[in-house]
Design a protein around this ligand. Structure first.
Ligand SMILES: Cc1cc2nc3c(=O)[nH]c(=O)nc-3n(C[C@H](O)[C@H](O)[C@H](O)COP(=O)(O)O)c2cc1C
Length: 268
């Protein structure tokens, strides 16, 4: 559990503005036994208190809590970073796909360029969906992905601009401009979805999960397997579980070195 340390000098003032908006498309899909191509189960707009466009309003929820804490405590930071490990194999305890929705509900508040939020996720719940994706992973990534309690395909939506009226109302006309610029859209979407992928890994760890990211795959093959209907473009697969498999000495590899801040951070 992530706990927080309140700032001793916090100001107890909350500023809230509420306007209405709408986003029709789900951002997290679950592929289950009944839908090999993916069925929408994640209407995340409801979680944000959003409403449907039918009522004619635009909704946007902004909350700035000036009493917010200034720093996570050491245990919480450890859960997210130094104490967390990449995990290859897991105990068989199932992972409820709802956790992906909960993690997304957190990460969506983290920033992207112009707030474009291009990350899209597909939880592979059925064996058939999992196998269709595993066929396009590198040989060393296949067995562990088949065995993981849950696998999720992380992708970007090159048609993210269709949501810009809601996501970036401050950039009037950008949606129309990007309509004719597919290469620019692709670069924007890819860059920002990769940023969101980092947020996702941390959000899943914050949910108490072990994460094993897989970038060694054929993205076009995975796209053909699970993105044929929505045109999303694969970035990675994330394998999820509750704990490393205690019977597998390679469940987590020995921790490799890290650069020191002095090597990676300059002060000028
Ligand atoms: C985007 C990304 C792609 C990765 N791709 C693979 C992969 O294809 N196969 C694999 O075994 N590990 C993969 N990893 C795992 C990394 O090797 C691992 O996270 C890193 O070495 C740190 O390990 P640690 O968390 O145990 O310190 C990937 C990690 C990330 C973030």
């Amino acid at each position: 559990m992530v706990s927080i340390v309140p700032s001793p000098a916090s100001h107890h003032r909350t500023v809230s503005t509420v306007r209405r908006h709408s986003v029709r498309s789900a951002t997290v899909l679950t592929v289950d036994e009944h839908s090999s191509a993916g069925s929408s189960v994640g209407d995340l707009t409801e979680a944000a208190g959003c409403v449907r466009p039918a009522d004619g309003f635009d909704l946007d929820v902004t909350q700035t809590d000036l009493a917010a804490p200034t720093r996570l405590d050491a245990a919480s930071l450890d859960l997210l970073f130094a104490g967390a490990r990449t995990t290859n194999t897991f105990t068989p305890e199932p992972v409820d796909p709802d956790v992906v929705h909960r993690a997304y509900d957190q990460l969506r508040w983290a920033p992207t360029s112009m707030n474009i939020q291009p990350l899209r996720l597909t939880a592979l719940v059925s064996r058939a969906a999992r196998e269709s994706v595993v066929a396009h992973l590198g040989p060393r990534n296949q067995a562990k992905t088949l065995a993981a309690p849950l696998s999720v395909v992380a992708a970007y939506d090159p048609a993210f601009h269709t949501h810009l009226d809601v996501l970036a109302p401050h950039r009037e006309g950008l949606r129309e401009q990007l309509e004719g610029q597919p290469e620019r859209r692709d670069a924007m979407a890819r860059t920002n979805a990769l940023i969101q992928l980092g947020y996702l890994i941390v959000a899943l760890r914050a949910e108490g999960l072990q994460v094993g990211p897989i970038g060694g795959l054929d993205p076009l093959g995975v796209d053909a397997a699970v993105h044929a209907e929505n045109g999303w473009r694969t970035l990675a697969v994330l394998n999820l579980g509750h704990a490393p498999d205690p019977a597998d000495p390679t469940a987590q590899r020995p921790r490799a070195g890290r650069l020191e801040a002095a090597q990676a951070v300059l002060t000028r």
